[in-house]
Design a protein around this ligand. Structure first.
Ligand SMILES: N[C@@H](CCC[C@H](N)C(=O)O)C(=O)O
Length: 278
Protein backbone atom coordinates (compact mmCIF):
# COMPACT_ATOMS: atom_id res chain seq x y z
CA UNK A 1 0.00 0.00 0.00
CA UNK A 2 1.46 3.35 -1.03
CA UNK A 3 1.22 6.09 1.61
CA UNK A 4 2.41 9.61 2.35
CA UNK A 5 3.32 10.80 5.83
CA UNK A 6 2.06 14.34 6.60
CA UNK A 7 2.04 16.59 9.65
CA UNK A 8 0.37 19.76 10.91
CA UNK A 9 2.22 21.28 13.89
CA UNK A 10 3.64 17.83 14.65
CA UNK A 11 0.23 16.11 14.71
CA UNK A 12 1.16 13.42 12.17
CA UNK A 13 -0.76 11.13 9.88
CA UNK A 14 -0.37 8.38 7.31
CA UNK A 15 -2.38 9.50 4.26
CA UNK A 16 -3.49 6.83 1.81
CA UNK A 17 -4.55 7.74 -1.70
CA UNK A 18 -7.69 5.73 -2.43
CA UNK A 19 -8.14 7.37 -5.86
CA UNK A 20 -5.31 5.31 -7.34
CA UNK A 21 -5.40 2.08 -5.33
CA UNK A 22 -8.18 -0.10 -3.98
CA UNK A 23 -8.57 -0.02 -0.19
CA UNK A 24 -10.41 -2.46 2.06
CA UNK A 25 -11.71 -0.14 4.80
CA UNK A 26 -12.90 -3.09 6.91
CA UNK A 27 -9.23 -3.73 7.67
CA UNK A 28 -8.38 -0.11 8.49
CA UNK A 29 -9.05 -0.18 12.26
CA UNK A 30 -6.51 -3.01 12.62
CA UNK A 31 -4.15 -1.41 10.09
CA UNK A 32 -4.27 1.92 11.96
CA UNK A 33 -2.94 0.31 15.14
CA UNK A 34 -0.07 -1.34 13.24
CA UNK A 35 0.94 1.47 10.91
CA UNK A 36 0.71 4.18 13.61
CA UNK A 37 3.04 2.26 15.95
CA UNK A 38 6.16 4.40 16.43
CA UNK A 39 8.47 1.41 16.86
CA UNK A 40 7.03 -1.32 14.63
CA UNK A 41 5.17 0.77 12.04
CA UNK A 42 5.47 4.08 10.16
CA UNK A 43 4.59 6.02 13.31
CA UNK A 44 1.67 8.49 13.40
CA UNK A 45 -1.26 9.79 15.40
CA UNK A 46 -3.73 8.55 12.78
CA UNK A 47 -4.38 6.78 9.50
CA UNK A 48 -6.37 8.69 6.87
CA UNK A 49 -7.65 7.21 3.61
CA UNK A 50 -8.72 9.71 0.90
CA UNK A 51 -11.47 8.27 -1.29
CA UNK A 52 -13.66 9.36 -4.19
CA UNK A 53 -16.91 10.99 -3.01
CA UNK A 54 -20.35 11.29 -4.59
CA UNK A 55 -21.14 14.56 -2.79
CA UNK A 56 -17.78 16.35 -2.53
CA UNK A 57 -14.28 16.45 -4.07
CA UNK A 58 -13.02 13.80 -1.68
CA UNK A 59 -14.22 11.55 1.12
CA UNK A 60 -11.82 11.61 4.08
CA UNK A 61 -11.97 8.96 6.82
CA UNK A 62 -9.96 9.25 10.05
CA UNK A 63 -8.70 6.35 12.15
CA UNK A 64 -7.01 7.16 15.46
CA UNK A 65 -3.85 5.28 16.44
CA UNK A 66 -5.93 2.96 18.67
CA UNK A 67 -8.06 1.92 15.65
CA UNK A 68 -11.17 3.92 16.62
CA UNK A 69 -12.76 6.12 13.96
CA UNK A 70 -13.12 9.89 14.45
CA UNK A 71 -15.67 12.15 12.78
CA UNK A 72 -13.26 14.99 11.97
CA UNK A 73 -9.65 16.11 12.25
CA UNK A 74 -8.50 19.71 11.83
CA UNK A 75 -4.79 19.16 11.31
CA UNK A 76 -5.16 16.40 8.75
CA UNK A 77 -7.77 18.23 6.67
CA UNK A 78 -5.19 20.99 6.00
CA UNK A 79 -2.59 18.37 5.05
CA UNK A 80 -5.05 16.46 2.87
CA UNK A 81 -6.07 19.61 0.97
CA UNK A 82 -2.45 20.51 0.25
CA UNK A 83 -1.65 16.91 -0.78
CA UNK A 84 -4.68 16.69 -3.14
CA UNK A 85 -3.74 20.00 -4.77
CA UNK A 86 -0.01 19.37 -5.10
CA UNK A 87 -0.50 15.83 -6.44
CA UNK A 88 -3.03 17.07 -9.05
CA UNK A 89 -5.87 14.98 -7.59
CA UNK A 90 -8.10 18.05 -6.99
CA UNK A 91 -6.86 21.16 -8.76
CA UNK A 92 -8.98 23.68 -6.83
CA UNK A 93 -8.02 26.23 -4.18
CA UNK A 94 -11.24 25.53 -2.26
CA UNK A 95 -11.78 21.80 -1.79
CA UNK A 96 -14.99 20.21 -0.53
CA UNK A 97 -14.17 17.39 1.87
CA UNK A 98 -16.79 14.87 2.97
CA UNK A 99 -16.21 13.70 6.56
CA UNK A 100 -18.33 11.84 9.11
CA UNK A 101 -19.01 15.31 10.60
CA UNK A 102 -20.32 16.67 7.27
CA UNK A 103 -18.71 18.69 4.47
CA UNK A 104 -15.73 20.84 5.48
CA UNK A 105 -14.02 23.31 3.13
CA UNK A 106 -10.26 23.95 3.24
CA UNK A 107 -8.91 26.85 1.17
CA UNK A 108 -5.28 26.90 0.08
CA UNK A 109 -3.34 30.12 0.61
CA UNK A 110 -0.79 30.29 -2.20
CA UNK A 111 2.12 32.73 -2.33
CA UNK A 112 4.71 32.71 -5.13
CA UNK A 113 3.27 29.42 -6.39
CA UNK A 114 3.69 27.68 -2.98
CA UNK A 115 0.95 26.61 -0.56
CA UNK A 116 1.98 28.52 2.58
CA UNK A 117 -1.05 28.01 4.82
CA UNK A 118 -4.49 26.42 4.70
CA UNK A 119 -7.63 28.15 6.00
CA UNK A 120 -10.49 25.77 6.73
CA UNK A 121 -14.20 26.46 7.10
CA UNK A 122 -14.74 24.05 10.00
CA UNK A 123 -18.52 24.56 10.06
CA UNK A 124 -20.64 25.50 13.07
CA UNK A 125 -19.72 24.45 16.59
CA UNK A 126 -22.37 22.34 18.30
CA UNK A 127 -23.04 23.41 21.85
CA UNK A 128 -26.14 21.55 23.02
CA UNK A 129 -25.23 18.87 25.55
CA UNK A 130 -26.84 16.07 23.58
CA UNK A 131 -24.85 17.07 20.48
CA UNK A 132 -21.44 16.85 22.24
CA UNK A 133 -22.61 14.14 23.19
CA UNK A 134 -22.76 14.44 26.96
CA UNK A 135 -25.23 13.02 29.46
CA UNK A 136 -27.41 15.31 31.57
CA UNK A 137 -30.14 17.93 31.33
CA UNK A 138 -30.58 19.86 28.06
CA UNK A 139 -28.64 23.11 27.56
CA UNK A 140 -25.07 24.21 26.96
CA UNK A 141 -22.13 22.93 29.00
CA UNK A 142 -20.29 26.14 29.90
CA UNK A 143 -18.18 26.43 33.07
CA UNK A 144 -19.90 23.39 34.55
CA UNK A 145 -18.60 21.24 37.40
CA UNK A 146 -17.31 17.73 36.62
CA UNK A 147 -15.89 15.58 39.38
CA UNK A 148 -12.86 13.38 38.83
CA UNK A 149 -11.34 11.33 41.65
CA UNK A 150 -12.95 13.59 44.26
CA UNK A 151 -11.74 16.84 42.63
CA UNK A 152 -14.27 19.25 41.10
CA UNK A 153 -13.13 20.65 37.72
CA UNK A 154 -14.94 23.35 35.70
CA UNK A 155 -15.43 22.27 32.11
CA UNK A 156 -16.85 23.65 28.87
CA UNK A 157 -17.90 21.17 26.16
CA UNK A 158 -17.91 21.90 22.42
CA UNK A 159 -18.41 19.60 19.44
CA UNK A 160 -16.61 20.41 16.20
CA UNK A 161 -18.15 17.23 14.78
CA UNK A 162 -16.06 15.40 17.38
CA UNK A 163 -16.34 15.94 21.15
CA UNK A 164 -14.09 18.28 23.15
CA UNK A 165 -13.91 18.98 26.88
CA UNK A 166 -12.05 22.21 27.69
CA UNK A 167 -10.59 22.93 31.12
CA UNK A 168 -9.20 26.43 31.80
CA UNK A 169 -6.15 26.37 34.06
CA UNK A 170 -3.91 29.11 35.51
CA UNK A 171 -0.71 27.52 34.13
CA UNK A 172 -0.77 24.93 31.37
CA UNK A 173 2.85 23.95 32.09
CA UNK A 174 1.78 22.71 35.53
CA UNK A 175 -0.74 20.26 33.98
CA UNK A 176 0.09 16.64 33.21
CA UNK A 177 -2.24 15.64 30.33
CA UNK A 178 -1.10 12.01 30.53
CA UNK A 179 -2.36 11.73 34.13
CA UNK A 180 -5.61 13.71 33.88
CA UNK A 181 -6.41 13.32 30.16
CA UNK A 182 -7.53 9.69 30.25
CA UNK A 183 -9.73 10.37 33.29
CA UNK A 184 -11.70 13.02 31.34
CA UNK A 185 -11.60 11.04 28.06
CA UNK A 186 -13.34 8.03 29.60
CA UNK A 187 -15.58 9.87 32.10
CA UNK A 188 -19.08 8.25 32.01
CA UNK A 189 -20.61 11.69 31.23
CA UNK A 190 -19.19 11.35 27.67
CA UNK A 191 -20.86 8.33 26.03
CA UNK A 192 -18.58 8.53 22.94
CA UNK A 193 -15.55 9.55 25.06
CA UNK A 194 -13.98 12.96 24.51
CA UNK A 195 -10.87 14.86 23.45
CA UNK A 196 -9.48 16.95 26.31
CA UNK A 197 -7.90 20.43 26.11
CA UNK A 198 -6.12 22.19 28.97
CA UNK A 199 -6.08 25.91 28.26
CA UNK A 200 -4.35 28.92 29.80
CA UNK A 201 -5.71 32.33 28.79
CA UNK A 202 -2.87 34.79 28.06
CA UNK A 203 -4.91 37.81 26.97
CA UNK A 204 -8.10 38.67 25.01
CA UNK A 205 -6.73 37.09 21.81
CA UNK A 206 -4.19 34.43 22.83
CA UNK A 207 -4.26 31.17 24.75
CA UNK A 208 -1.86 28.30 25.39
CA UNK A 209 -3.22 24.79 24.90
CA UNK A 210 -2.16 21.21 25.67
CA UNK A 211 -4.20 18.27 24.44
CA UNK A 212 -5.04 14.69 25.28
CA UNK A 213 -6.78 13.14 22.28
CA UNK A 214 -9.46 10.51 22.32
CA UNK A 215 -8.01 7.39 20.72
CA UNK A 216 -4.49 8.81 20.38
CA UNK A 217 -3.37 10.15 23.78
CA UNK A 218 -0.89 13.02 23.92
CA UNK A 219 -0.39 14.69 20.54
CA UNK A 220 1.57 17.83 19.70
CA UNK A 221 -1.48 19.67 18.37
CA UNK A 222 -5.18 19.25 17.63
CA UNK A 223 -6.99 21.38 15.05
CA UNK A 224 -10.54 20.61 16.12
CA UNK A 225 -9.31 21.05 19.71
CA UNK A 226 -7.96 24.52 18.88
CA UNK A 227 -11.32 25.42 17.27
CA UNK A 228 -13.26 24.14 20.30
CA UNK A 229 -10.86 26.08 22.54
CA UNK A 230 -11.46 29.31 20.59
CA UNK A 231 -15.22 28.85 20.94
CA UNK A 232 -15.00 27.92 24.63
CA UNK A 233 -12.74 30.92 25.38
CA UNK A 234 -15.27 33.30 23.79
CA UNK A 235 -18.26 31.58 25.43
CA UNK A 236 -16.67 32.06 28.86
CA UNK A 237 -15.92 35.71 28.10
CA UNK A 238 -12.14 35.21 28.37
CA UNK A 239 -11.39 36.28 24.79
CA UNK A 240 -13.01 37.78 21.73
CA UNK A 241 -13.90 35.58 18.76
CA UNK A 242 -10.49 35.80 17.07
CA UNK A 243 -7.96 33.78 19.02
CA UNK A 244 -4.41 32.56 18.44
CA UNK A 245 -4.08 29.14 20.02
CA UNK A 246 -0.43 28.44 20.90
CA UNK A 247 0.83 24.87 21.09
CA UNK A 248 4.36 23.77 21.89
CA UNK A 249 4.99 23.35 18.14
CA UNK A 250 3.42 26.55 16.76
CA UNK A 251 0.07 28.29 16.56
CA UNK A 252 -3.33 28.09 14.88
CA UNK A 253 -5.48 31.15 14.21
CA UNK A 254 -9.11 30.50 15.10
CA UNK A 255 -11.98 32.78 14.15
CA UNK A 256 -15.55 32.16 15.29
CA UNK A 257 -17.08 34.36 12.63
CA UNK A 258 -20.39 36.23 12.35
CA UNK A 259 -21.85 33.43 10.19
CA UNK A 260 -21.38 31.12 13.25
CA UNK A 261 -18.76 29.11 11.33
CA UNK A 262 -15.33 28.52 12.83
CA UNK A 263 -12.36 29.23 10.54
CA UNK A 264 -8.97 27.69 11.31
CA UNK A 265 -5.73 28.81 9.63
CA UNK A 266 -2.48 26.90 9.97
CA UNK A 267 0.38 25.07 8.27
CA UNK A 268 0.50 21.67 6.58
CA UNK A 269 3.58 19.67 5.54
CA UNK A 270 4.31 16.54 3.56
CA UNK A 271 7.13 14.53 5.20
CA UNK A 272 7.85 11.46 3.03
CA UNK A 273 6.19 8.74 0.95
CA UNK A 274 6.65 5.00 1.08
CA UNK A 275 5.17 1.56 0.57
CA UNK A 276 3.73 -0.44 3.49
CA UNK A 277 3.53 -4.23 3.13
CA UNK A 278 -0.20 -4.73 3.61
N1 LIG B 1 -5.84 15.60 15.86
C1 LIG B 1 -7.11 15.87 15.32
C2 LIG B 1 -8.30 15.16 15.89
C3 LIG B 1 -8.25 13.64 15.60
C4 LIG B 1 -9.47 12.88 16.06
C5 LIG B 1 -9.63 12.82 17.55
N2 LIG B 1 -8.58 12.07 18.20
C6 LIG B 1 -10.98 12.22 17.90
O1 LIG B 1 -11.08 11.02 18.21
O2 LIG B 1 -11.97 12.96 17.85
C7 LIG B 1 -7.33 17.32 14.98
O3 LIG B 1 -6.33 17.96 14.57
O4 LIG B 1 -8.45 17.80 15.01
Amino acid sequence: MRFTKVQGLGNDFVLVNGFEQELDLDRFPELAVKICDRHFGVGADGLVPLLPSRTADVNMRIYNSDGSEAEMCGNVIRCAAKYLFEHDLVKKKKIRVETLAGIRIPELIIENGQVTLVRVDMGEPRLERADIPMLGAPGRVVDEELEIDGTAYRITAVSMGNPHCIIFVPDVEAVSPSRLGPRFETHPAFPRKTNVEFVQVLNRSEVNMKVWERGAGITMACGTGACATGVASALNGYTGRLVTVHLSTGALLIEWAGDNHVYMTGPAEEVFSGVYPF
